[in-house]
Design a protein around this ligand. Structure first.
Ligand code: ADP
Ligand code: MG
Length: 481
């Protein structure tokens, strides 16, 4: 491979090297070859970014909501126009199948479009008091907001976290993950091209412990959005809390996918596969990583599932496989370790478990059957194509098992019984419930966790609440005061 492309930090409308001159390399996980050299932001760069963002905010908050919306629409269009190029870049940087990268780019555009439409509809209330008072609320932006983004949905999460921030009148400093920094820089450049003022959207790639921590702990940052692991999320929240900076955390999951005997068999099998294998090789916080199957259909269901999982193709994302490589050697090692743990806990998987003998971070989709819900492969987030199957015998047991985990991000149920589906929705501790479709919902539907899966909501109108603060104004207008 020849020289890799150089990428700089986007600060205050300009691409520039880091103050230290340090760089890092990002790899193509299908080949393990470097595809780019990227400036590594550190504390000095974050200081500089926040300082210029502060000046940018001074003007941006005075921009009319209508104008902010128009810029966001323009950015959505620009992203769509570049869809193919961006999707290819995304696949090369993070490994996912090209059709999924295309969907992620479209998703990113859709976030900017959705929040473009909301920019001029964010308003407060007028609250009736006695005859001598007038009272109203204003929803003000927080100011400088930081978006710390993981490597599993790099460009999609730029849209999800940055679009509502900008729509609400905040400026943004996005820190993509060190494994996948390229697409966020592209979105930053497109924002400049369509006319966003310098400093409104900054993009500062770098390592978590350096760039991420400096950003989360910066005293002049006014809001932090974090998506990633529980451990890192807690660290980020503590850093933010030292400055009383509000933070929302979108963390992991160990989400139950519950199948009852009356479910449409074909739909349930297909969704079980989408939930943990064919969506980004299971590297998704809302993966259906625990499959709870009723004992009456268990054997038939697992036979069919195993047959289809064995047929899934595994290969480089550009070849449009069912399952791409994992993002990094660290992640590859972690997943392999969990497959070993699974072998110790329950024995050989019913399908998968092999590590293809080739370059790239590949793992065959793996199903462990007869798993005890208390075992590690049922309790810990693996973040890869590894499914734990647990059997249950009635609705109460299914709900108990569904809730018997520290996480609470999503939960899914497959059944034709409407009452049962909604009882499940009521009883299960999770931020979103899927009925008869895994990953149901869209840009419009609020998303976030219960329990260890975090707090605060992204997507939908709820995200605007996370990016605004309410000011109440109360006036005595009495004639004889
Ligand atoms: P993973 O361990 O799977 O890489 P993380 O939750 O650690 O996931 O990473 C998510 C994001 O958080 C990335 O952008 C990463 O750089 C960042 N990050 C990691 N450690 C820290 C930290 N100590 N402070 C702030 N951000 C961090
Ligand atoms: Mg990469």
């Amino acid at each position: 491979m020849g020289t890799t492309e150089q990428h700089e930090l986007l600060i205050d409308g300009e691409f520039r090297p880091s103050e230290s001159g340090d760089t890092f390399r990002t790899l193509d996980p299908a080949t393990e070859e470097p595809i780019g050299t990227v400036a590594a932001a550190k504390e000095a760069d974050i200081d500089r970014t926040v300082e210029s963002a502060s000046a940018a905010f001074f003007d941006w908050k005075k921009t009319s909501p209508e104008e902010r919306g128009r810029l966001l629409y323009a950015l959505a269009d620009a992203i769509r126009e570049e869809k193919e190029r961006l999707a290819e870049l995304e696949t090369r940087d993070c490994g996912k199948p090209i059709s999924q990268a295309e969907a992620d780019v479209e998703g990113c555009a859709r976030y900017f479009e959705y929040y473009a439409g909301i920019a001029d509809k964010i308003h407060g209330d007028s609250i009736p008091l006695d005859y001598d008072h007038v009272d109203y609320t204003i929803k003000e932006p927080l100011g400088i907001t930081a978006q710390i983004i993981p490597w599993n949905f790099p460009i999609n999460l730029v849209g999800r976290t940055v679009a509502p921030a900008l729509a609400a009148g905040n400026v943004a400093v996005a820190k993509p993950a060190e494994q996948t920094p390229l697409s966020a820089l592209e979105v930053g450049e497109l924002a400049l091209n369509v006319g966003f003022p310098p400093g409104v959207l900054n993009v500062v790639p770098g390592f978590g412990a350096e760039a991420g921590a400096a950003l989360a702990g910066h005293p002049d940052v006014n809001g932090v959005s974090f998506t990633g692991s529980v451990v890192t999320g807690r660290t980020v929240a503590k850093l933010a809390m030292d400055n009383t900076t509000p933070v929302h955390l979108e963390l992991g999951g160990k989400s139950p996918n519950v199948v009852f005997p009356d479910a449409d068999f074909e739909t349930a099998v297909e969704n079980a596969i989408t939930a943990i294998f064919t969506t980004n090789a299971g590297q998704v916080c809302s993966a259906g990583s625990r499959l709870l199957v009723h004992e009456d259909i268990h054997d038939e269901f697992i036979d069919e599932l195993a047959t289809r999982v064995a047929e899934l193709s595994v290969g480089p994302g550009m070849d449009a496989p069912d399952v791409g490589p994992l993002v990094s050697s660290d992640q590859h090692e972690k997943v392999r370790k969990f497959i070993d743990i699974g072998r110790e806990e329950v024995g050989e998987p019913v399908v998968g478990g092999e590590i293809p003998d080739r370059e790239g971070y590949f793992v065959r989709p793996t199903v462990f059957d007869g798993v005890d819900n208390q075992s590690r492969i049922a309790q810990e987030e693996i973040f890869g194509p590894v499914l734990s199957v647990i059997t249950f015998s009635d609705e109460n047991e299914a709900i108990e098992l569904a809730n018997d985990v520290e996480y609470g991000l999503v939960a899914g149920i497959f059944t034709e019984d409407l009452g049962r589906a909604h009882r499940f929705a009521r009883e299960v501790e999770a931020g979103q419930i899927y009925i008869n479709e895994w990953f149901a919902g869209g840009v419009e539907t609020p998303f976030g966790g219960f329990k260890d899966s975090g707090f605060g909501r992204e997507k939908g109108l709820e995200a605007i609440e996370s990016y605004t603060q309410v000011k109440n104004v109360c006036a005595n207008i009495g004639a004889d005061r």
